[in-house]
Design a binder for this molecule. Sequence first.
Ligand code: LLP
Length: 443
Amino acid sequence: PSSAVRDDAGRIVIAGRDAESLAAEFGTPLYVVDETDARARAARIRTAFEAAAASAGTTVTIYYAGKAFLSGAIVRWVTDEGLAVDVCTGGELAVALAAGADPARLGFHGNNKSLVEIDRAVVAGVGAIIIDSEIEIERVADAAARAGRVQPVRLRVNSGVHASTHEFLATAHEDQKFGVSLERAVELGTRIRSHPSLDFLGLHCHIGSQIFDSAGFAESAERLLAAHAELARIAPVPELNLGGGFGIAYTSADEPAPIEEIALGIANAVADGCRAAGVPVPKLAFEPGRSIIGPAGITLYSVGTVKPVPIDGGTRHYVSVDGGMSDNARTALYGADYSARIASRTSAAEPALARVAGKHCESGDIIVDAEYLPADVAPGDLLAVAATGAYCWSLASNYNHVPRPPVIAVRDGVARVIVRGETEADLLARDAGLAASGHEGQA
Ligand code: LLP
């Protein structure tokens, strides 16, 4: 599930740099992103959807969902590759703008945008604000009127499709906080149209995340198209945005369909639905995050302790590394599966059941629940955990006052820091009760 290979010395190599030299230069834990791979994934998704949209007689915009992992460098990579950018907070908006993203190619999400965030988005000229609730219609309309602008908006609806994924990641069934009910889409779309300061672009739906085929998207599109067509009979509806959520392989057990197949499946469903409803095929838009940056990332850790623990019918080796749930919360949060390999050498030792644990003070601090690692895995070995590019750095915390690791990008054998790691001094500096912060003490 990654672009990494091994060199003759058995070391894992990422974009031309071996793991051992990266760890020596930057330390561990270390987030490593293969820039070439990330760019290639962005380009492949865009190309796949452009071809599918063309076959359905329309065009498409691919927004990179910044929540997966947003930094200045990544914004530049994805915009270079022809993608727009989707943000969901003022902080993400600030990063995208500071990185030079074209405001007109930004989408702004969020179920509880503050009035300040809405104002900033409107004034910046964000290309689309995604209205998530009835209350927000007037908020955005007022902000646009105050700014003397006409703000393009989409209306996020629940299609009622429950994507087959972890419950926390599925967002389009009714009993959750995002969007408005599909039954109210026509009414609220019409309300949006009644505001001269708003420009109604169309409906939006995001059915969930880590989805492996087109069926849920097609089903969701079909349901949305009834409301879309009703609105389109009154006035043209230029767009339909079907969100993100394309799955990736975390382990060899995961087999997502090729993105080309998914793109065609969705585009065909939209084209068929529009033909049946007698409305033109709208421009399409999607918002993938994980499928672009997830597989391009690897985390390197150093093994600190190895502890054999007797379990029913055998032994489990607790392999503890120098990071943990503060740099990858997904296993603890969602029961996510990852794979781990020794990155600094190959081994002829028998595979033995291992659990890769972190250094945090709780037993749920696990990175890889069950993995067969060579039985001679030992302190000092480097471990690589694949497919950590999405929702790891972005979900990172300072639990137990552990500083967040740096992120480096590697391209053609050259590595550079794209997000500086935190130091203990950074953590102490924010604590107003410590002399180190300069706010107190020292008298
Ligand atoms: N669009 C919207 C409106 C979203 O809410 C999301 C993800 C995306 C696009 C991008 O989905 P993607 O293509 O990355 O699957 N922290 C969880 C995932 C949360 C997803 C939230 N929304 C995880 O680590 O699996």
